[in-house]
Design a protein around this ligand. Structure first.
Ligand code: ZN
Length: 161
């Protein structure tokens, strides 16, 4: 496994649309392992493949306290959104900043896991926010386009995705 370089805002790859993953190759498996390692190293709660320069529909998320519940979402599709939450959001590709974003409070996603088995993941609050944030990345959308008002400066221990 290896750490990958996280692309930051201004890099045009972050605004491109990602392609579907057709099958899990050794290269894809390595990418997923590297994405998890990179996310944990950066103390993020989520990371999408374009953030490490790969235009594929792959997302990793871990919103657990211990960082021991990784979720891998390949070709994720949002099936259901409901409710509303307004709160602070950050992004590993927008270091040192946070913004207030309103998102659905509940999110249900259909995806494939790292073995290409179909999975359904439901989440509320932070997990729902992280899934919506990361799936936006796959469409080339950064949270800054959805933030209300100006971004704030934050210290580095905030949760970023
Ligand atoms: Zn992000």
């Amino acid at each position: 496994m290896a750490l990958r370089t996280i692309r930051t805002i201004g890099d045009e790859i972050l605004e491109k649309t990602c392609r579907e993953v057709k099958q899990i190759t050794p290269r894809i498996s390595t990418l997923i392992e590297d994405m998890l390692e990179t996310m944990y190293d950066a103390q993020g709660v989520g990371l999408a493949a374009p953030q490490v320069g790969v235009l594929k529909q792959i997302v990793v998320i871990d919103v657990s306290e211990q960082g021991d519940h990784p979720i891998v979402l390949i070709n994720p599709e949002i099936m259901e959104l409901s409710g509303e939450q307004t709160g602070q959001e950050g992004c590993l590709s927008v270091p040192g900043k946070a913004g207030i974003v309103t998102r659905a409070n509940y999110c249900k996603v259909k995806a494939y896991n790292e073995n290409m088995e179909e999975i359904i993941v439901e989440g509320e609050e932070l997990l729902a926010r992280a899934m919506q944030h990361e799936i936006d990345h796959l469409a080339g959308v950064l949270y800054v386009t959805k933030a209300e008002g100006e971004l704030m400066n934050v210290v580095s221990d905030e949760e970023e995705a």
